[in-house]
Design a protein around this ligand. Sequence first.
Ligand SMILES: [Zn+2]
Length: 321
Amino acid sequence: MSTTQDLGRLAGKGYARGAQGPPPAAPVGVRGDVRGSQLSRPVGPVIDVHVHVFSPDVIRQRDSYLDRDAWFKMLYTDPKSRMAPAERVLAEMDATGVAKSVIFGFAYHDQGLCRETNDYVIEVVRAHPDRFIGFACVSPGEPGAVAELERCLDAGLAGCGELFPDGQRFELAVCPELDEVAGVLAERGIPVLIHANEPVGHDYPGKGRNTPGPCYEFAKRNPGLDIIFAHMGGGLFLYELMTEARRVLSRVWYDTSAAPFLYRRDIYSLAATAAGPEKLLFGSDFPLLSPLRYLTDTEDLDSTIRGAVFGGNAAAMLRLG
Ligand SMILES: [Zn+2]
């Protein structure tokens, strides 16, 4: 079973508990022993669409960056907030059976810092083209966003994000400069990944105003753009049950990043039922969380849907050969 309709039917049947499926597939594209090898594996290669990387220089000089970006300061003042260079990401991918990861740096407000972070992503994607897909961070409200985006795309990056509307000080609901960036992406058939968060619940560093409402408005204004809303879209997927919203959100995907911190495990089956399992993409937010946590939490999902969420959907939306 591989079509969207088939996946939809499975989701509608409430596949979350005790579903039967084909025997677990071996991890693809990984080396050595895989941590959690007693777990059943998703069918097909695992693709993680949400991983942050920092250059060894930035990690070494972490403190000096705290005063260069307010959002960075909020997220990384705590020394326990982990930062990882590409080699550490590769080691985790190998250890947990992830074949490919979408990597990006940090979406600073300053365009120059974005350029710096993008240079590192370009460098490591060139060094490991079989393992990494790179996205570019740009600051939409600052001069030079489109030029920086085009530079990165021409250098081989394959998307834009993770953008932080709050940290980069733009409004997703109304932002002509962002629409200019979105226009370039739509023209090239390249996706954008945008941070989103739920409008209720406790506060935490990184939680802002980018809730389902503004996300919806952005999707509505950009019908030709492939959009990934991070962190389950802050719950936006639920509104795909509205016929009207389903149409507006037809080119929207939701990544799972940070879901274990925010929701019960039922979130995966609920989202697959509401939005369709073809619209969910596995994202770990590593080094915040290991891919292993998501693999463990989804062990009882139907194997076809699990395979789609953990790689099949990303391969299709990123047009990986
Ligand atoms: Zn995020």
